[in-house]
Design a protein around this ligand. Structure first.
Ligand code: ADP
Length: 335
């Protein structure tokens, strides 16, 4: 972790010289930008990044150093965190091989404005109308057709039922998202005492899918600062996506582990994976990535992100195209 503060390194070779050439442009970027060498040492950080990690006189944003530290290693990865005063940041890292050096780039974007806009009622209302229009039009169309062509009424009614179920799914997703957005105001005991049991139940719920879902729960799991229903909601979302977006006979791995003062819920699939630049988009409402023929609303991961941040946790994904994805939620242990 200390390596993040090691800026700039004394001898960083020709790669950093190149970077210095563009220093003015990099400082003008609307996001924090950092480069790490293969030893995990920071070799460059633009002004915005230095500010966010507390190296320009102002204190670092809460949790930022830890988020950058987690993101500077391994493969492509995106995390979201709430800073002081409710700011929302996206910390995204990915390998950046340039000039023969195996560098790793970390980008810190401030999504606060976008987040505020997302919360505005007008946006939500127009998004809702847009999302519901398709299945409602289909529903109406099939019902009209079944009245016009009684011979085919059964077939059309089945299709109408499919469209009605889709409307219901959208409304359910919106309601669950709304519940988590306003949950911060509710008074209730935020604690799940048996995360292991909730994880096993979530896995069992997917038995009808016929998929091989392997659970590895590192007992004893300490109680966490989330209700059992919330832990279930996170896992059902992640496992549901793994089932939808990967194919049998590839297994799905569900893991619950303790890491310091947090519990990590992880769901890994061996599906198509997600391109690095698209990994941050999927946590935004209604964002779906060209998933033709697979039902969904684009709201599940947004709800998980909202909930995790409210509970002082973090959500992130590690993914490689062609190899699969692992979705993580990190929840604080209940104090
Ligand atoms: P939904 O699944 O209803 O579309 P989500 O918010 O759960 O909505 O996911 C948003 C998008 O992220 C999905 O539409 C899909 O493009 C992508 N996605 C989510 N999980 C996975 C996964 N395990 N593998 C590949 N892509 C995924």
């Amino acid at each position: 972790m200390a390596k993040i503060l090691n800026i700039p390194a004394a001898d960083t070779g020709p790669v950093l010289e190149d970077v210095e050439l563009y220093a003015a442009a990099l400082d003008a970027l609307p996001f924090g930008f950092m480069l790490y060498d293969e030893h995990g040492t920071c070799v460059y950080a633009n002004k915005r990044a230095l500010g966010l990690i507390g190296l320009t006189g102002c204190p670092a944003e809460a949790g930022m150093i830890e988020a950058v530290d987690r993101t500077r290693a391994a493969g492509p990865r995106t995390e979201h965190l709430r800073g002081q005063g409710g700011a929302l940041y996206e910390v995204a890292g990915e390998p950046l091989p340039i000039g023969g050096a195996n560098l790793h780039a970390v980008r810190i974007a401030d999504l606060t404005l976008e987040d505020d806009v997302m919360h505005s009622q007008a946006t939500a209302a127009s998004d809702l109308v847009h999302t519901l229009r398709g299945p409602l039009t289909a529903l109406r169309g099939y019902l009209e057709l079944s009245a016009e062509e009684p011979d085919l009424a059964f077939d059309y009614t089945q299709r109408a039922l499919g469209a009605a179920l889709r409307v219901q799914q959208i409304v359910d997703d919106i309601l669950s998202l709304a519940t988590f957005v306003s949950a911060g105001m509710e008074e209730r005991e935020l604690c799940c005492g048996d995360v292991g049991a909730v994880a096993r139940q979530a896995v069992t719920a997917f038995e009808p899918s016929g998929r091989l879902i392997r659970a590895r729960i590192q007992e004893p799991v300490p109680p966490v600062a989330m209700t059992a229903a919330e832990v279930r909601m996170v896992l059902l979302n992640f496992i549901g996506n793994a089932v939808k977006y990967s194919e049998a006979p590839a297994p799905i791995d569900v893991e619950v582990t303790q890491e310091g003062a947090t519990v990590v819920l992880a769901v890994r699939d061996y599906g198509p994976g997600i391109e690095p630049l698209k990994q941050s988009l999927i946590f935004r409402r209604y964002h779906r990535l060209g998933v033709r023929g697979i039902e969904g609303t684009g709201l599940g991961l947004a709800a998980v992100r909202e909930l995790s941040l409210q509970r002082g946790g973090a959500v992130y994904v590690e993914s490689e195209v062609g190899a699969g994805s692992t979705f993580f939620v990190r929840v604080p242990v209940k104090a």
